[in-house]
Design a binder for this molecule. Structure first.
Ligand SMILES: NC(=O)c1ccc[n+]([C@@H]2O[C@H](COP(=O)([O-])OP(=O)(O)OC[C@H]3O[C@@H](n4cnc5c(N)ncnc54)[C@H](O)[C@@H]3O)[C@@H](O)[C@H]2O)c1
Length: 290
C-alpha cells in the first residue's frame, strides 16, 4: 500500500519532528495535539528543523536562498495542525506519539479506529509498550504496528518496526516501505520490553545512573566525562533532559519490571519527575533550559 497522506498524534518532543520528516519526504501530514499551544510548539519545531536543514545546503552552496525559502514553505505547507480528528478521514498511515502510558495510548487508538478509513495503518511510536495490547483497543489489530523513532527524530535514521502478535505481514511490509520512503532505515523486530535499542541503551545508561546514585558524583561531571572521552555524543543525564525525564523514568521502570535488577531507575530522576521538572520540555531537569 502506498502512503498518500499521514497523520501524527501528539506534537511533543517527538511528534513535531516526526511530522517534519514526513513532510520533507513530500507526504502531506496532519499533526494533532490536545491544546493549540502544543500544536504550535510542534509546528515551530518542524519549522526550525526545516530551516536548519535547508540552511546547511545554502551554506554549502548547494541551494540558493530563494530556493531554500520556497522549499521551506513547501515542506511546512504540507503539515496541518489540528486539535480534532478532522483531516483523518483520508489518511493511510497514522503515527501515535502520545505519553508512554498504556491507558492513554489505548484511548487514542480507539479514537483513531473510529476516525480513520478501514485500510489505514495505525502505528505507535511507543518505546516499549506491548503492540498487541495497544491493538486490542481497535477493531483492526492486524493493522497495528510499532514504528519507533529515536530522538532527535529528524536526525536519527533508525526506525524499529515492531510486530505485535496480531500484526499482519502486509502491515509490517507497508511500515518498512514507508520508513524507507521517509528516508529512514527500518529494522524489524518482535515484541519484547524495550525492543532492541532501548533494551541495550538502558542497560548502559542504568550503570551511569546507578553509579551516580551510589557515589553522589555530580551529574555534570559524569556527562562531561562521557563527552570528553567520546563515549557518546551526549552524557546520559543531559540526554534524559532532552528526551523528557517522565519518558525516561517510565521506560526505565517498565524495563526493570520486565528484566529485574539488571535494569536501574535513577532515584534523582524520579524525584525531579515528582516535582514536575521534566527536562527541556518544562525548562528544568538536571539542567536549566532557556
Ligand atoms: N522522548 C523521546 O526521546 C522518545 C523517543 C522515542 C520514542 N518516544 C515515545 O514517543 C511517545 C511520545 O513521547 P514524547 O517524548 O514525544 O512525549 P511528550 O510528553 O513530549 O509529548 C506527548 C504529547 O502528546 C500529547 N497528547 C496527549 N494525549 C493526546 C491525545 N489524546 N491526542 C493528541 N495528543 C495528545 C501531549 O499533549 C504531548 O504534547 C512515547 O510513547 C515515548 O515513549 C519518545
Amino acid at each position: 500500500m502506498f502512503v498518500f497522506k499521514a497523520a501524527v498524534v501528539g506534537a511533543g518532543t517527538m511528534g513535531g519532528e516526526i511530522a517534519q520528516v514526513i513532510a520533507a519526504a513530500d507526504v502531506p501530514v496532519v499533526l494533532k495535539d490536545v491544546d493549540q499551544a502544543l500544536v504550535d510548539t510542534g509546528l515551530e519545531r518542524a519549522r526550525s528543523v526545516t530551516e536548519r536543514q535547508l540552511g546547511k545546503l545554502v551554506e554549502r552552496g548547494r541551494l540558493g536562498e530563494d530556493a531554500a525559502a520556497e522549499q521551506a514553505d513547501a515542506v511546512l505547507g504540507r503539515i496541518r495542525g489540528t486539535l480534532g480528528y478532522d483531516g483523518f478521514g483520508d489518511v493511510d498511515f497514522v503515527i501515535e506519539a502520545v505519553p508512554e502510558r498504556i491507558e492513554v495510548k489505548q484511548a487514542v487508538f480507539a479514537e483513531l479506529d473510529a476516525a480513520t478509513p478501514g485500510h489505514a495503518i495505525l502505528a505507535s511510536n511507543t518505546s516499549g509498550l506491548s503492540i498487541a495490547e495497544i491493538g486490542d483497543a481497535t477493531t483492526r489489530p492486524e493493522k497495528v504496528v510499532g514504528f519507533h523513532f529515536f530522538w532527535p527524530a529528524a536526525t536519527m535514521r533508525l526506525i524499529e518496526v515492531v510486530e505485535g502478535d496480531e500484526t499482519a505481514p502486509e502491515t509490517v511490509q507497508t511500515a518498512v516501505n514507508f520508513a524507507q520512503a521517509i528516508r529512514k532505515q527500518p529494522i524489524r523486530c518482535g515484541e519484547c520490553p524495550g525492543f532492541v535499542v532501548n533494551r541495550i541503551l538502558n542497560a548502559l545508561a542504568g550503570e551511569y545512573w546507578r553509579y551516580q546514585d551510589e557515589s553522589g558524583v555530580e551529574v555534570e561531571a559524569i556527562d562531561a566525562y562521557v563527552t570528553e572521552h567520546e563515549l557518546g555524543p551526549m552524557g546520559p543525564f543531559r540526554l534524559s533532559d532532552m528526551t523528557g525525564l517522565d519518558t525516561s523514568v517510565k521506560v526505565a521502570r517498565d524495563l526493570r519490571d520486565a528484566y529485574g535488577d539488571r535494569m536501574y531507575v535513577h532515584q534523582g530522576m524520579e524525584r525531579l519527575v515528582e516535582q514536575g521538572h521534566l527536562g527541556r520540555k518544562t525548562g528544568r531537569g538536571f539542567y536549566e533550559h532557556g
